[in-house]
Ligand binder design. Structure first.
Ligand SMILES: *Cc1c(COP(=O)(O)O)cnc(C)c1O
Length: 388
């Protein structure tokens, strides 16, 4: 614990003497592991979590990644999954049984919402959505059968925060487990375990990998919770990451620190320019002084990353569409956290045949600022705004 960030990203977990002192770890592309004799075989089965038997359980390449991720989140252990949604599902399922009640922040990530509202309901688990900005509203939602508080701070469209220390204290006082989706901050800008949160999950697809070529998820927690999930949801549902993809994430982590610094600086540079622009009516960026929960953000986050939203002064759908048509240096795509700058045009969720228009205003732009030169990106945005 408490290793230097450089040591974690560049060295931790890499027992190079075990593989010819290779500088980069090998991709241990194997499904199973053989035993030299019966006694070793028997001993391994008494402790699958501590031995290499089968890659749905342990794999040496994945093990390197697990050590790095646990150290980054300052938890005892970590598990890596085939997607962020698999990680969220495993963590949530590990904490509920029929008859239990879950409290969840309103408007969490789409598939988290589907898990809690659409999926758990089938197994007799009820839920209450709360405005997580208000800890009293969370406290008021606690029932005798509440076992889980599901947090996402900040969330990824309007960036609502929860007071993590207050949530952890409230949950502990009521015997409730806390889970947070920490994808937005990455472990570099927020460590919820330090504030008392029990289980930290990530979509590793975003910043941890950082190169838009792998889908992956992470669960970080104390040993007891990780072991429970390992023998339960991890081994049973089997949503593991492949050794090859684990090696790609290890490679992505090498540059996590410098990537996060770049996203942080570039997004703030652009957000400030947007805020000063006459054709922009509002900017929602957790690092701006105008941000409603700026004090809370400063008290529990060390940075903001590359993701934020803003509203353009478009009077109608045609004007909003024209803005996006003029943008040339941002890709129109979902996701975020990679090298490339992106926008989600909410206007794309209007006028879809056979579907109601989105409740989100068509003036909203969700922007992710990638690793490009921020001045070059701003030129493009300014040009697109000029058309309004
Ligand atoms: C992308 C995302 C997820 C889901 O992760 P996948 O890797 O796409 O399965 C979960 N939470 C948040 C906040 C995300 O942005």
């Amino acid at each position: 614990m408490n290793r230097h960030l450089s040591d974690i990203l560049i060295h931790l977990g890499e027992d190079r003497e075990n593989y010819y002192n290779a500088v980069s770890p090998p991709v241990m592309q194997t499904s199973n592991f053989a035993f030299p004799d019966l006694a070793t075989f028997r001993a391994a089965f008494a402790d699958e979590a501590g031995n290499h038997i089968y890659t749905r359980g342990n794999n040496p390449t994945v093990a390197i990644l697990r050590k790095k991720l646990a150290a980054l989140e300052k938890t005892e252990d970590a598990l890596v999954f085939g997607s962020g949604s698999a990680a969220v599902a495993a963590a949530v399922l590990s904490q509920v049984k029929a008859g239990d009640h879950v409290i969840c922040v309103a408007n969490p990530y789409t598939w988290t919402k589907n898990l809690i509202a659409g999926f758990l309901a089938r197994f007799g688990v009820t839920h209450t959505y709360v405005d997580g900005r208000n800890t009293e509203e969370i406290a008021a939602a606690v029932q005798d059968n509440t076992t889980l508080l599901m947090l996402e701070s900040p969330n990824s469209l309007v960036f609502h925060l929860q007071d993590l220390r207050a949530c952890a204290d409230l949950a502990k006082a009521n015997g409730i487990t806390t889970i947070i989706d920490n994808s937005h901050c990455s472990p570099l800008f927020q460590n919820p375990a330090d504030l008392g949160i029990d289980i930290v999950v990530h979509s590793g697809t975003k910043y941890l990998n950082g190169h838009s070529d792998v889908v992956c998820g992470v669960v970080c927690a104390a040993k007891a919770n990780i072991e429970k999930i390992f023998y339960g949801e991890y081994m049973t549902l089997g949503a593991i990451i492949s050794p090859h993809n684990a090696a790609l994430i290890i490679r992505g982590l090498r540059t996590l620190e410098i990537r996060m610094q770049r996203h942080e600086e570039s997004a703030l540079y652009i957000a400030k320019k947007l805020e000063a622009h006459p054709k922009v009516t509002e900017v929602l960026h957790t690092g701006l002084d105008s941000f409603a929960q700026r004090d809370l953000a400063k008290s529990q986050m060390r940075g903001n990353g590359g993701l934020f939203s803003f509203h353009i002064d478009a009077k109608n759908i045609e004007q909003a569409e024209a803005f996006f048509h003029r943008l040339e240096r941002f890709l129109l795509a979902v996701s975020w956290g990679g090298h490339e700058s992106l926008v989600i045009p909410t206007v794309a969720f209007y006028n879809i045949p056979g579907m109601p228009d989105s409740p989100i205003p068509f003036t909203m732009v969700r922007m992710f600022v990638g690793l490009e030169d921020p001045a070059w990106l701003w030129e493009d945005i300014e040009n697109a705004l000029r058309g309004l």
